[in-house]
Design a protein around this ligand. Structure first.
Ligand SMILES: *Cc1c(COP(=O)(O)O)cnc(C)c1O
Length: 360
């Protein structure tokens, strides 16, 4: 059996050892005689799986007291509408910064429910930098401030948590969650879809500060209602049990890797190695402001786009797959989430250098 290096932006690669353990436990989870997929979410076995996953996630992120961790469905996109409904309270509008496609989608969904104040938008028409904080036009009355920590499509990542203190900070962390340590206490709410960096599609994790649970609009559907879900331990309806279980295996794997400090160092090394290879030649180019380049999604173009198809075909034949850039950007994109080993990035760089020798 040969596993390829899968550079997909999501659903993305999972650690091989996690998949192997899931395979081993598929028919009979720890002597229960059934698969996790077949278990009641209210039975002891699943309740134990769910609680361990939550505790391991809390340990990894050092989640302080006073935060709830919810395991919900509907992806990050579901949260684009759940957040305004839950957090608007008696305010009228919220602040959003537009740094790319996912920010834009979050803004469009929020506008269905509330007024949105876009505090800033990159001057670069392709949104390949992040405007300086001093230029943001924030509203002191905002219900919250929303940003996307890592724009998965363009590969633009906030290098640090923005210094926002006029409103609770809300973050779409989908494509950078668990890639490095973060200070959860700075946030009112963090959300992340699992299929980028910690599990299968069908699960979104929401970490929300207790004091934000009491301001949902009365017509908020119960599956989206943070307080109701918190009171029901994320089980006001059937949760995505299997995705929750796999996420738990990934959390255990991250702990076994040495936790987020160790994982973050490795991710930083992987990204640096790839950007250095891209910057070393005019044959390849990454257009993002170097100060805000993503550790997770590395887009690049070939100087001669007529070679794109050949590049992708030869890369795939070499076991380096799903490198095609997002349809809105073109070129290539290497997503190098936690589960991508350093050997995968090294193999990609070796391939890029050999391809340039042959075709440059
Ligand atoms: C993938 C992604 C989303 C959307 O996730 P879905 O699970 O498809 O709803 C939102 N935000 C970011 C940053 C993403 O990478």
């Amino acid at each position: 059996m040969a596993r390829i290096f899968n550079f997909s932006a999501g659903p993305a690669m999972l650690p091989t050892s996690v998949l192997a353990q899931a395979a081993e436990e598929m028919l009979d989870w720890q002597g229960t005689g059934m698969s996790v997929m077949e278990m009641s979410h209210r039975g002891n076995a699943f309740v134990e799986i769910a609680a361990k996953a939550e505790q391991d996630l809390r340990d990894l992120l050092q989640v302080p007291a006073g935060y709830r961790v919810l395991f919900l469905q509907g992806g990050a996109t579901g949260q684009f509408s759940a957040i305004p409904k839950n957090l608007i309270g008696d305010k009228r509008s919220a602040d959003y910064i537009n740094t790319g496609s996912w920010s834009k989608k979050a803004i469009a969904e929020a506008k269905q429910t509330i007024d949105v104040n876009v505090v800033a938008q990159s001057a670069n028409q392709h949104l390949l930098d992040i405007p300086a904080e001093s230029t943001w036009q924030c509203d002191p009355q905002a219900a919250y401030f929303h940003y996307c920590a890592n724009e998965t499509i363009t590969g633009v990542e906030f290098p640090a948590i923005p210094a926002v203190d006029h409103a609770p900070l809300v973050c779409d962390m989908s494509s950078t969650f668990l890639s490095r340590p973060i200070d959860v206490s700075r946030f009112g709410l963090i959300y992340a879809g699992a299929q980028k960096n910690f599990g299968p599609a069908g699960l979104v994790v929401v970490i929300v500060r207790d004091d934000l649970l009491d301001r949902a609009q009365p017509d908020t559907p119960s599956v989206w209602h943070y307080q109701l879900q918190a009171e029901a331990d994320s089980m006001s309806n059937t949760p995505p049990t299997y995705s929750w279980y796999i996420a738990g295996l990934v959390f255990q794997w991250l702990k076994d890797q040495g936790g987020l400090a160790a994982v973050g160092e490795r991710n930083e090394r992987k990204a640096r190695y790839l950007y250095e290879a891209i910057d070393a030649t005019d044959f390849y180019h990454n257009p993002v402001d170097p100060a805000v380049r993503s550790w997770m999604n590395v887009p690049f173009v070939l100087a001669d786009s007529a070679l794109d198809k050949l590049f992708l075909d030869e890369a795939a034949a070499a076991g380096l797959q799903t490198l095609k850039g997002h349809r809105s950007v073109g070129g290539m994109r290497a997503s190098i989430y936690n589960a991508m080993p350093e050997a995968g990035v090294e193999a990609l760089v070796d391939f890029m250098q050999a391809f340039e020798k042959r075709h440059g």
